[in-house]
Design a protein around this ligand. Structure first.
Ligand code: ADP
Ligand code: MG
Length: 481
């Protein structure tokens, strides 16, 4: 809810996500799809729209769309149709984009989004359809000419259309985050927003709480979650001001200017009939068998929501910790590898605070971690069996992170084993007491608070190696006199 000059307003948001399908070749041609290739090196005659070329559907892309639909609990349509969406643009040599219109491959589904305070919310999915990407115009390569790179032309995209179910920038961000996580688990899109593998069109309108839906504006091609939030906040404010000043919102397609942090009008919104959609005569309707769909279902991995519930039940983690761990498949896998047969809460703490913190600082992701799951497990075993104390473990971990060595080797080499021998701890205590005779007297005359001081001194004198529980016990006895 946003407070305007004349009272509260509700923001209504619906998202169209364009997700590049993970596939070695394009939707209707055998050309490669690798990111970052030299311009126009991955273009077949079909992608360049040479006369007489015929598109042939790529089964992998179809399977990916079905897998994604299943992961969203959606209805998979056994019959779907590819249509031509006609428009002119220099990077679209055919003069039309092959997309799905009235009969998409995937129908209604839903996604559960995670909000602060363990709150979840269900966002409806209207449809998911397959379509081709366009090429790219490059205006900054030559002083007077524009160049066209057709490497992306014909690459398969999934367009995932949500219902207008989101009510804040926060919810929209949670939706995109969740969608990216699901796509990565499924393996149908790498979710890389910087490389443009995932981008979204954001539809925003405002209304009085409980009123009919307002007129929406669509902000095109938002390619980061930060920009998504900024674009929504700005656009909602803009619409509220226009309406409060007595104006109306025309349906528009707008652009988010990241530099200025504002949206501006590109064009008035085109209608479906402007595109003269019709079924592509070069392609038969796409017919799927129930067996094909069942095979895709069986091949799906455990998905984030299910995995989160299992981590809570199986390892006793908090929903918050489990949520952080399952966001990426690799992270959850790493955690489970370390946690097997160990104290799960201790493991979660080491993975989330120590390892993630260190990786973050070093600007590395988990795949580049110098400490493997097995090595971290080794360190945790040394803590669990009292070979080393917690503070020493942190020092050992620092060294493991720097050098990639094993915990046990570092502990041996540096003699960091915890001292649990009373014969070794007692002389240290005696020395500390002798050096602080005045404080001992104060303690004995009732100043109990000094106990912590003695513990600190003994631990320091032992270079952190004395077993803290034993230090406590022995000190208490000796100080009592
Ligand atoms: P188009 O193809 O013209 O963009 P769609 O029917 O595919 O239109 O809808 C696009 C998106 O707009 C959907 O995600 C939908 O949830 C969203 N949407 C529809 N009406 C509104 C509204 N009043 N306010 C905000 N979003 C809306
Ligand atoms: Mg649209």
């Amino acid at each position: 809810m946003l407070e305007g000059r004349t009272g509260p307003w509700e923001i209504v948001i619906g998202l169209e996500i364009h997700a590049q399908v993970t596939s070695n070749s394009k939707l209707f041609s055998g050309a490669a799809t690798q990111f970052g290739a030299a311009p126009n090196t991955q273009v077949s005659l079909v992608d360049a729209a040479m006369p007489g070329m015929l598109p042939v559907i790529n089964e992998i892309c179809v399977a990916q769309a079905v897998r994604t639909g299943l992961a969203l609990g959606a209805k998979i349509n056994l019959h779907s149709v590819f249509a031509r969406k006609n428009y002119f643009y220099p990077d679209l040599p055919a003069g039309y984009q092959i997309s799905q219109y009235e009969e998409p491959i995937v129908g209604e589904g839903e996604a559960i989004i995670d909000l602060p305070g363990d709150v979840t919310k269900t966002v409806g999915i209207e449809r998911l359809h397959l379509e081709q990407d366009a090429g790219k115009s490059m205006h900054d390569q030559h002083p007077t000419r524009s160049y066209i790179d057709l490497n992306r032309a014909g690459v398969a995209l999934m367009e995932i259309v949500s219902r207008p179910d989101m009510r804040s920038a926060e919810e929209a961000a949670a939706y995109v985050t969740k969608m990216r996580s699901i796509l990565r688990y499924v393996g149908s899109c790498d979710g890389n927003m910087q490389e443009g593998s995932m981008r979204c069109d954001v539809n925003v309108s405002v209304r009085r709480p409980g009123a009919e839906l307002g007129t929406r504006c669509e902000i095109k091609n938002v390619n980061s979650i930060r920009f998504l939030r900024q674009a929504i906040e700005y656009e909602a404010r803009r619409q509220i001001e226009v309406i409060e000043d007595g104006g109306t919102i025309p349906q528009q397609t707008r652009l988010f200017d990241a530099g200025k942090g504002e949206t501006r009008s590109m064009r008035s919104k085109e209608e479906a009939h402007d595109y003269r959609y019709f079924p592509d005569p070069d392609l038969l309707p796409l017919t799927l068998t129930p067996e094909f769909i069942e095979a895709q279902r069986l091949a799906l991995p455990e998905l984030p929501d299910a995995r989160k519930a299992r981590l809570v039940a199986e390892y006793g983690l908090s929903t918050y910790d489990a949520g952080v761990l399952v966001a990426e498949r690799e992270t959850a896998g790493f955690f489970e590898e370390v946690a097997r047969g160990r104290d799960a809460k201790l493991v979660a703490n080491w993975v989330m605070s120590e390892l993630f913190g260190r990786l973050n600082k070093a600007g590395k992701d988990l795949m580049e971690s110098p400490v493997s799951a097995k090595s971290l497990g080794g360190l945790i075993d040394l803590i669990a069996d009292n070979t080393i104390s917690g503070p020493i473990a942190k020092k050992v971990f620092d060294e493991m992170f720097e050098t990639g060595r094993e915990a046990a080797d570092i502990v041996e080499e540096k003699g960091l084993r915890q001292v649990t021998d009373t014969g070794a701890i007692e002389p240290i205590i005696d020395q500390v007491m002798a050096e602080n005779a005045d404080k001992v007297a104060e303690y004995r005359s009732g100043k109990d608070k000094l106990f912590g001081f003695f513990v600190g001194q003994v631990m320091r004198a032992s270079q952190g190696k004395a077993n803290p529980a034993m230090v406590n016990d022995l000190l208490r006895k000796k100080l009592a006199g």
